[in-house]
Design a protein around this ligand. Structure first.
Ligand code: SAH
Length: 243
């Protein structure tokens, strides 16, 4: 499988990422695809700990030589259960961009700063309306920062890149339920909704019985798993929530 190795070689951009990350000594940072560890080292100077995930065993061995507050983890970021972190800061392997966002919706964190392909960044902020756009914008406030040309990497990637931030939104009642719903990818729509309503209500100190939740989910007769819903169906369900 492709490893997507394009190392950032511009010190100024590395520093810019660190500044945007607003890191301090209480932060536990997760870095995906730490590579040769340049960003890892800059972060490690400022934070409590950097968990540096890397799939390439040789690079992982190099990461092990870094300072004591760097904790290298060998593996595929998509398969691992992430340890606790409050910020995720990465120049990520571009081919896992979408899968990583999908994975992150199961984790609570304060801030994400990423370098992603330009096209992907545009997708997130809704240049084209996709399922990913809808999901990402339910969970996060998304900001685009500097656009980075291929020359700033070695070897050069084929596309421009973009620094972006993801800030988890403070969800209201409806949003909390919809988030809980989206997190239950493997369940049938109706069951996921019922669970989401009960759990979401609990977080807001309200109580819903199974029967009340069932009453609400009556109109959702879609016999599909949550992960198989298309954009139109998701939008329809969302609309009912916001009513
Ligand atoms: N962050 C570094 C490297 C970026 S290149 C820098 O800024 O220079 C992307 C890195 O991700 C490479 O080191 C590659 O080996 C690693 N990688 C690729 N796929 C991965 C995966 N699925 N899980 C974890 N690391 C991965």
């Amino acid at each position: 499988m492709e490893l997507d190795q394009h190392f950032l070689i511009d010190e100024k951009i590395l520093r810019k990422i660190v500044v945007l990350s607003k890191v301090g000594e209480r932060d536990i940072v997760l870095e995906i695809g730490a590579g040769r560890g340049e960003l890892t080292e800059l972060l490690a100077e400022k934070v409590k700990k950097v968990v540096a995930v890397e799939k390439d065993e040789n690079l992982f061995l190099d990461l092990k030589k870094l300072d004591g507050n760097v904790e290298p983890v060998l593996g595929n970021a998509l398969d691992l259960k992430f340890p606790k972190f409050n910020k995720i800061i990465s120049n990520i392997p571009y081919s896992i961009s979408e899968a990583l966002i999908q994975k992150l919706i199961y984790y609570d964190f304060e801030l994400g700063i990423f370098l992603v392909p330009e096209k992907f960044s545009k997708l997130l902020v809704g240049e084209k309306n996709t399922k990913l756009t809808l999901i990402a914008n339910i969970f996060y406030d998304i900001n685009l920062y500097e656009k980075i040309p291929p020359e700033k990497f070695s070897p050069k990637p084929r596309t421009y890149s973009r620094i972006i931030s993801l800030e988890p939104k403070k969800p209201n009642f409806q949003e909390t339920i919809f988030k809980q719903f989206l997190r239950q990818r493997d369940k049938k729509v109706k069951n996921a909704l019922r669970e989401a309503i009960i759990q979401g209500a609990e977080r807001f100190g309200k109580k819903f019985t199974k029967n009340q939740a069932r009453e609400f989910t009556k109109e959702f007769e879609i016999d599909k798993k949550v992960q198989n819903l298309d954009l139109r169906e998701l939008e329809k369900i969302k609309k009912v929530f916001w009513k």
